[in-house]
Design a binder for this molecule. Structure first.
Ligand code: 5AD
Ligand code: SF4
Length: 473
């Protein structure tokens, strides 16, 4: 029986229309490139959610008849899948787009396309329309599944395409996926965000929170595991509110338990958890499920209650610390990581010191630290921000130094112990591999390349702050 449509689902008729465009583009490309396939250069910026989108864009391009290249100079199509989280991310994209101008001069048939969170903002789409006339296609986050149509309009009708209308968002199932990895897979379980943290652009560019169907996710993971994937990353801006309008047996802790039941040796990771929705149920499910990595990424953003309230985070330092305490009680080996913003508008040095003391007491494995970046359209953009960039930089350095000390203490306690790691890659030097523990610590060790993509037991011999050295057991 066919499942009832979710109000966010894109109807099959719309996807069929895109399949027709795919065929049209394929036919045109095969006559324009009779002796080989055209090549696409696809680059994704930003978070894993964007990486997952990028893999679908690649899947659609592949079906249209494109091959892929890592050399932008020889590409027939360049697609930048952009990020808007901080100003720096946007500046990088503008720089890279500007650098395409002389390349396109050499190769006027090259199609240049931009999509993702940055182009979902009207202000950015307008700037590209007016100041970057060599960009052919610009589309936002809500219409990415229409890539075949956009390429058709550019390639066959010679029109510039701008499709960035705002929307609450949708859920598109059944798109082709061309994954970058062979043993690590990204699986979005929900899209969008309803939280409107006052500094964050995401709710404006990704629409409202919506969850994929529980059984669809479980069967996707089952088939990934069957085809050899060893690490499943469940993704969402706030996985703890997965299916929150449904009953507990369809919510995130239940999803973890259901995926944990799938046969085979693999590891389950997830991100991101919002502390306001992180429940004891979730912590218990993590503790109970053998395949779930004992790693919790729980962004705190600040250790001060006034700042947290200005950030619209809906939890207090005390609530956060009590969750952490419960998590360590159930999983003494748990590795916790976090995101922290330094220099939120109006934050004082004394308030920042509360962040330092929180970091000191949680003992994070690692931190992602950011200096506040004003995002146009968010509430914090208009807040008074009297502290200078230089002063924020000094605070930032203090935080980084403190975390370095804590990370060093944590890794030195690993000496002599063995860890089961998923072997991921060659390290920079010959014959050395790198693997990642459940807690997301990288261990480098000597071994045969054939081990890449499988699990191995490694004993730590020489822990350093950021890289831990070990040997195969
Ligand atoms: N400035 C600085 N950091 C930000 N983040 C999100 N928005 C901003 C901003 N405007 C950080 C938060 C979030 C992470 C993904 O990026 O810490 O958790
Ligand atoms: Fe941004 Fe907050 Fe949503 Fe995370 S939870 S995406 S920080 S608004």
């Amino acid at each position: 029986m066919e499942k009832p449509m979710n109000k966010f689902s894109v109807p099959a008729s719309e996807l069929n229309k895109q399949k027709e465009y795919t065929e049209l583009v394929r036919t045109v490309l095969s006559s324009r490139f009779p002796s080989g396939k055209p090549r696409a250069f696809v680059h994704t910026y930003g978070c894993q959610g964007n990486v997952a989108d990028g893999e679908k864009l690649q899947g659609m391009l592949y079906e249209m008849g494109f091959d892929f290249t890592s050399d932008v100079n020889s590409a027939d199509l360049v697609l930048y899948n952009t990020c808007a989280i901080r100003e720096h991310a946007e500046d990088r994209v503008f720089g890279n787009v500007g650098a395409l101008k002389p390349i396109k001069k050499q190769n006027p048939d090259m199609i240049i396309a931009l999509c993702g969170c940055m182009t979902q903002q009207q202000r950015v789409a307008d700037k590209i329309k007016n100041s970057y006339p060599f960009v052919d296609i610009v589309f936002g986050t809500h219409v990415a599944h229409r890539l075949p149509e956009f390429i058709y309009r550019s390639l066959c009708l010679g029109k510039r395409v701008f499709e960035t209308a705002d929307s609450d968002g949708n859920i598109v199932e059944g798109l082709p996926v061309k994954r970058d990895g062979t043993f690590r897979a990204w699986v979005p379980i929900m899209y969008g965000c309803n939280n409107f943290c006052s500094y964050c652009i995401v709710p404006y560019v990704r629409g409202r929170e919506r969850s994929r169907d529980f059984d669809t996710v479980v069967s996707e993971v089952r088939s990934l595991v069957a085809s050899g994937y060893k690490e499943i990353n469940l993704l969402g801006q706030n996985v703890n509110s997965y299916n929150k309008e449904l009953t507990a047996d369809r919510q995130f802790p239940a999803l973890l338990r259901a995926i944990n039941e799938i046969e085979g040796e693999f590891i389950i990771r997830f991100m991101t958890s919002h502390p306001k929705d992180c429940t004891r149920d979730l912590i218990e499910a993590m503790a109970d499920c053998k395949k779930v990595a004992k790693h919790l990424h729980l962004p705190v953003q600040s250790g001060n209650n006034r700042v947290l309230s200005e950030m619209n985070r809906h939890y207090t330092r005390e609530k956060y610390l009590s969750l952490i305490e419960y998590a360590y009680e159930l999983m003494p080996e748990l590795s916790i990581t976090s995101d922290i913003i330094v220099g939120f508008p109006g934050e004082t040095y004394d308030e920042f010191k509360d962040t330092l003391s929180l970091v000191e007491s949680v003992k994070y494995t690692s931190l992602f630290t950011f200096i506040f970046s004003p995002r146009y359209g968010t509430k914090a953009y208009d807040m008074d921000d009297p502290v200078s960039r230089q002063e924020k930089g000094e605070w930032f350095n203090k935080l980084v130094a403190l975390q370095e000390k804590i990370a060093g203490e944590r890794t030195s306690s690993m000496k002599g112990r063995s860890y089961r790691v998923l072997v991921e890659d060659k390290a920079k030097h010959d014959g050395i591999l790198s693997g990642r523990t459940q807690g997301n610590v990288i261990i480098e060790f000597e071994g045969d390349e054939g081990l890449i993509g499988s699990f191995a037991d490694v004993r730590v011999t020489n822990p350093r702050t950021w890289i831990v050295y070990g040997e195969l057991v």
